[in-house]
Design a protein around this ligand. Structure first.
Ligand code: GLY
Length: 380
């Protein structure tokens, strides 16, 4: 994997501009856990009602990556504040779900990796225990969501592609404790996902339902994409990056093959502009975008480029750089009086709102640049 001189310069300059803006953003948001912005200012999800929101680890993750970039202690203090806030979730059964990886890998586990803080390690292990407890041995999958308030749909057999990003919490727990149960569960889930989520053309389903008693495949749902059988781009990106990570942790070639098939499908669908729609199979109009899908896919493509050589490595790397440069050129907010970096992020195709700022878009864009300059704090 090798960037051109111009590309390296762009990475360095973009990171340094981000660090400059972040000095202001971090102080404005030091006692918040941001998700989106209102009038350019981070909205807060650290209150008790919102504290279990699945994205609440990403602000801490941004702080730890900025700490890795700049060495400034202030980032560590802010990251620790958000990690401690998340402790409320440990007291509420219904605040814990399969997204424990998203919440505690970029916060507690990152803290433990950098500082050796024992309390952080215990937080990470507790989160891993609860995640492992969601395993369905009949179907060899991890249950995704809890029951939804006001809904009588039984989701106990639902698994979602996003969960591939939570598996590294289990791989870490096995490495840390020497107990293989966690990684056995993660590897089994990844195998089930490779069998039932990845389609023949390399695209992936968002939601797959299994029979909770027999473990048999039941059906798929469109989830956050346009419709059943369509191709929600963030789901493609979770699969691309998530299978790559499972390969990095296990060296199981089944996972590398799944990641490569998804990557080839994703790259074949990148528009000329480099800007990614919410769903690769959405109608032409409205042409809604999702910048988060581009940033997450770029992270996976960079890792795949390190795992391959020659022309294939260059193909992955140049696709990643194309996605990132398109974001910085067209979908970026450099105004230092506003808190977000990426614009045009979308939660789900059928949501009322589209194309706003979302914290994990900023996180994965930063992580991708940190990978490219070799300074990344490994989170997953
Ligand atoms: N994990 C939920 C999402 O990607 O929106």
């Amino acid at each position: 994997m090798k960037l051109t001189e111009n590309q390296s310069k762009w990475v360095e300059e973009t990171l340094s501009r981000m660090a400059k803006k972040m000095e202001k953003v971090r102080e404005r948001s030091a006692e918040k856990i941001p998700y989106d912005t209102k009038d350019g200012i981070h909205a807060d999800k650290s209150d008790e009602r919102n504290i279990s929101w699945w994205t609440n680890g990403f602000w801490g993750g941004i702080m730890w990556q900025m700490h890795a970039l700049t060495g400034e202690k202030r980032y560590q203090e802010i990251a620790r504040w958000s990690e401690e806030k998340l402790d409320t979730c440990f007291l509420h059964y219904d605040m814990m779900d399969h997204d424990n990886g998203f919440k505690w890998l970029p916060t507690a586990v990152a803290d433990y990796r950098v500082t050796g803080n024992e309390r952080s390690k215990k937080r990470g292990l507790l989160a891993a225990e609860v995640l492992a407890g969601r395993y369905n041995p009949a179907g060899k999958f991890l249950r995704a969501w809890n029951d939804w308030e006001g809904s009588d749909v039984d989701r106990s057999g639902w698994a979602i592609i996003d969960c591939m990003m939570n598996l590294p919490l289990l791989y870490w727990a096995s490495e840390e404790t020497g107990d293989p149960r966690f990684s056995q569960i993660a590897e089994n889930h990844a195998h089930t996902a490779a069998q039932h989520f990845v389609r023949g053309d390399g695209s992936v389903n968002h939601i797959v339902e299994f029979d909770t008693h027999t473990g048999e495949y039941v059906t798929t749902y469109g989830g956050q994409g346009y419709e059943t059988g369509s191709s929600w781009t963030r789901g493609q990106a979770w699969g691309l990056y998530g299978f790559t990570l499972s390969y990095l942790h296990t060296k199981n070639p089944e996972f590398l093959s799944a990641a490569e098939r998804i990557a080839n499908y994703f790259m074949a669908n990148i528009p000329e502009s480099g800007l990614i729609p919410v769903d690769f199979r959405q109608p032409t109009e409205p042409a809604w975008e999702d910048s988060t899908a581009a940033a997450i896919a770029a992270c996976g493509l960079i890792e795949l480029s390190k795992l391959s050589d020659g022309r294939q490595s260059d193909v992955y790397l140049s696709a990643a750089v194309k996605l990132l440069q398109a974001l910085e050129k067209h979908s970026f907010n450099w105004n230092e009086d506003e808190d977000n970096f990426l614009t045009k992020c979308t939660g789900a195709y059928h949501d009322k709102e589209h194309e706003f700022s979302i914290i994990y878009g900023d996180y994965y864009f930063l992580e991708a640049l940190m990978k490219l300059c070799g300074k990344e704090l490994v989170i997953w």
